[in-house]
Design a protein around this ligand. Structure first.
Ligand code: CIR
Length: 256
């Protein structure tokens, strides 16, 4: 169960955020704020406390707070984000992490290792770590050695088509895994009860399980129905403005 979430308000500069889909247009900041309000309220409905950090105007992608830290029940690891324009975001997350974790349980990914939290999927005490354009093998192995100190384990997963591992995977607990795109046929995820997401709803692979409920982005009825069929209560949040920056539900919070 999660007790806490950390989120960061989007900045006006978000219109300059990194995107692979410029054809979707620039995000509407006012609408993004409203969607962020709804996201926070929905997290609260799942029984977590939400720490809301101020916007960082110098960092257009800083609302995607998931990428700058890995928070577990035992320790936190501040990452070394692989995109240059995002690297400085780690300075902003430090005080928030220090408010929740003892100094000796806070670790760092150091150069030449790079790692984005969006590449890290927690399944109990085991962590799958995507090797992507943002996360390299050195970053993954540094993370694994930090996790090992607390009796947790990790393994690297190659990816080639998506931005982050969790762009196409979401663990819903009880061995249930939402899976899309290149991971549908991957032997690594064979042992899970897979809920396959069709290509026309691929964005909705990025859902989040929070204390028994599953938050799903608005506009993906097949995904919603498939998750409900497994017995979950589904809560819907519109993330249209974040999608324009390749971001989604998981990217917008740290949950621990
Ligand atoms: C980026 O490219 O870094 C942002 N525009 C989107 C980050 C999405 N984060 C995530 O999937 N964890």
């Amino acid at each position: 169960m999660f007790k806490n979430c950390i989120v960061r308000r989007p900045s006006k500069s978000m219109i300059e955020g990194i995107t692979s889909a410029p054809e979707l247009g620039k995000p509407d900041y006012e609408l993004a704020l409203k969607q962020h309000d709804a996201y926070i309220e929905t997290l609260k409905q799942c029984g977590v406390k939400v720490k809301v950090l101020d916007a960082m105007e110098a960092y257009p992608d800083s609302c995607f707070v998931e990428d700058v830290a890995i928070c577990t029940s035992e320790c936190a690891v501040i990452t070394n984000p692989g995109a240059k324009s995002r690297n400085g975001e780690i300075i902003g997350i430090k005080p928030a992490i220090e408010a929740f974790f003892q100094a000796e349980n806070i670790h760092h990914i150091e150069f030449p290792g790079t790692l984005d939290g969006g590449d890290v999927m927690m399944v109990g005490k085991h962590f799958y770590i995507g090797i992507s354009e943002r996360t390299n093998k050195e970053g993954a192995s540094q993370l694994i050695s930090h996790l090992n100190k607390y009796g947790m384990t990790g393994e690297a997963v190659a990816l080639s088509e998506v931005l982050h591992l969790k762009t196409a995977l979401a663990y819903l607990e009880n061995n249930n895994l939402l899976v899309g795109g290149e991971f549908i046929t991957s032997p690594i995820f064979e042992k899970f009860n897979k809920i396959e997401i069709s290509d026309d709803e691929s964005y909705s692979c990025n859902c989040i399980w929070v204390n028994g409920k599953v938050i799903v982005p608005e506009g993906y009825p097949k995904t919603q129905a498939a998750i409900e069929e497994r017995g979950y209560e589904v809560l819907i949040v519109d993330t249209s403005e974040y999608r324009k920056l390749d971001g989604g539900l998981s990217c917008l919070s740290l949950r621990f």
